[in-house]
Design a protein around this ligand. Structure first.
Ligand SMILES: *[C@@H]1O[C@H](CO)[C@@H](O)[C@H](O)[C@H]1NC(C)=O
Length: 210
């Protein structure tokens, strides 16, 4: 019996040594756990995990709310840009064929363009947080929150605009799906940014102005 127990222990030791994780693997699994946990605070948990898991390599050894907020924001901007590219293409085709749906798609494109601008400004503002930090934080953070929620409404307005109009089935469904995804990803980014801001404010509130 003792022998069996000893070999079991030996096996266990070998097993733990074999799986003693490589630092890079450990970092990745920690980043994944962090993402999964933080995504629970968003409205679209699965989408959140799916989107952000693609950027695990972008996290450093110590994952922070700041990092997560920045990465999520970049993901939103890149979704907005690819959605814009798609809608621009559709609008071009509809214009050529003088389709009656052209106006609706053009209206949507205006919204998406505005969303891209808003998100681009958010990224610049986040850069300013990195530079100025401290006492300037509430100002920059509230700008980011305002612009991100504008970008989210832009997407919603586009979707709503389609609901009332008779646009060709497949194209309409495709645009709607893409813009809905953009709207949700932006909602996720905003939720993650809010969490970061909420943690940052109290921890820096007592810092004297420099
Ligand atoms: C992730 O890192 C790559 C390489 O540094 C960079 O090009 C990319 O923009 C980053 N993506 C995000 C979402 O932060």
């Amino acid at each position: 019996m003792a022998k069996i127990r000893n070999s079991f222990i030996l096996l266990l030791v070998i097993f733990s040594v074999a799986t003693a994780k490589h630092p890079a693997i450990r970092r990745r699994s920690r980043a994944r756990a962090f993402i999964e946990f933080q995504c629970q605070a968003t409205l679209y948990q699965d989408l959140c995990v799916r989107c952000l898991s693609n950027y695990i390599a972008n996290f450093t050894t110590t994952q922070t709310h700041e990092q997560l907020a920045h990465i999520a924001l970049k993901v939103s901007l890149s979704r907005a840009q690819s959605t814009r590219a798609y809608v621009t293409e559709v609008a071009k085709q509809l214009k050529q064929t003088k389709a009656k749906d052209y106006r609706a798609v053009e209206d949507c494109l205006d919204q998406i363009n505005d969303g891209v601008d808003q998100l681009t400004n958010c990224i610049k503002e986040v850069e300013k947080i990195k530079e100025n930090g401290g006492s300037e934080f509430p100002w920059h953070a509230s700008n980011v929150e305002t612009w991100m929620s504008t970008a989210q409404s832009d997407a919603s307005i586009c979707i709503d605009g389609f609901s009332g109009r008779a646009i060709g089935g497949k194209t309409k469904a495709m645009i709607k799906a893409k813009v809905l995804n953009l709207e949700q990803v932006t909602s996720i980014s905003l939720a993650l940014f809010n969490r970061y801001a909420a943690r940052y404010r109290p921890s820096h509130a007592t810092k004297p102005k420099v």
